[in-house]
Design a protein around this ligand. Sequence first.
Ligand code: HEM
Ligand code: HEM
Length: 174
Amino acid sequence: MNKILVWDPLVRILHWILAVLVIANFLNEDGEFYHRWIGYTATAIVVVRIVWGFVGTKHARFSDWFPTPARVIEYTRLKLKGQAPRYIGHNPLGAVMMLLLIVLVLNQGLTGFMMGTDQFFGEKWLEEWHEIASNLILVAIGLHVLGAIFESIKTRENLPFAMIHGKKRPHGHR
Ligand code: HEM
Ligand code: HEM
């Protein structure tokens, strides 16, 4: 069976650099030079990914996987019955998590930037927002990784590996 290319090289490269940078910022939470630049680079990666979501290859596009409420409800319903179809791109529940991670990283960049402006410098609520949202990122990453492992076992396809080489089984091969 010939596998087909699902994740183009840009999607894969951006994903793993983003993962490394986000984790790096938890090991280096002082808000100083490296933290700021790692955080802004992560934010920039997400911005590039959003642009790629409009102009990129088929499965990179939001139009391929945007989790509309109707899609999420239908997928969850079938999932609970054990009848969810296989998606070659992101499934609707995975896609909700992808959007959440994107928004959370953008939020870190924005609140981090605001902390350094004259207007908001020293504002406790802003620092707390940045901190609480970073905890949410940790929870989201945990669920994201568990979801990827769970789905890999269910579909008998190594999804983290597919995020490395980009290829998946074609439709119709279980
Ligand atoms: C993926 C991106 C980011 C993550 C995951 C992240 C995460 C964190 C975490 C966990 C802390 C420690 C919070 C605490 O316990 O007080 C922190 C603090 C801080 N971050 Fe970020 N951050 C990110 C991006 C940024 C950016 C882009 C900036 C600004 C340029 C920034 C500026 C700061 C500052 C100034 C602090 C210290 C705040 C304080 O004094 O409490 N961060 N960040
Ligand atoms: C640590 C921070 C991480 C962040 C912020 C993150 C974020 C994302 C995002 C935004 C996507 C969508 C990819 C795209 O369409 O471009 C994605 C997909 C994916 N991520 Fe992560 N990720 C992280 C870590 C990980 C780790 C450690 C794994 C390994 C288990 C992983 C496995 C995957 C897989 C398998 C997909 C594709 C899911 C599918 O097949 O539909 N991610 N991730």
